[in-house]
Design a binder for this molecule. Sequence first.
Ligand code: IMP
Ligand code: MG
Length: 184
Amino acid sequence: MPAPVLITAEELHAGVERLASELSLSYGDGVILVAVLKGGVWFLADLVRAMSINPEVDFLAVSSYAPGTGRVRIVKDLEIDIHDRDVVLVEDIVDTGLTLTYLLGELSRRGPRSLEVCALLDKGCRRIVPTPVRYVGFEIGDEFVLGYGLDFAERYRNLGFVVSGDLEALRADPDAHLAELFGR
Ligand code: IMP
Ligand code: MG
């Protein structure tokens, strides 16, 4: 079961540059980019380096009580006070939208001046709760993707491109795609 490349490094680069231009245009007065650990880190790092303004960055980590229920809690909170500030939540992927809905609720309670979402990948077809994603890198279908921050059991995050994984094979063996993708 090979893991075909879905988005090449070149395509990712172009998508990130486009989003960085959009954000730079929208937030000339400054912005706080909040990445959700861990998957959003790779995207955030490239995004800020392509921006022509100087954003602040901060990080959140969440943990789910039970996978797939959307019941999550913040296990690492922001260090910056976002009250009255323009904030963009940077996500690797929006799938069902449950995690994002929870996070948007939490953050909006702190009274930011504005709050938007920038997601590298959007699986719109899987959405359970309608979620406003203002900045989208790539719309993808109903598939399980790996690479550029996205993992299965903490593997594959450091791929420089995005592949479509075989979820059944990964569940049986999380290392299933390692040899093929990393030449080992
Ligand atoms: P949600 O379903 O929108 O709440 O997404 C929750 C989290 O599931 C995302 O932030 C990712 O960490 C993870 N996730 C969803 N789809 C994928 C995928 O295709 N590959 C890897 N992780 C995923
Ligand atoms: Mg995530």
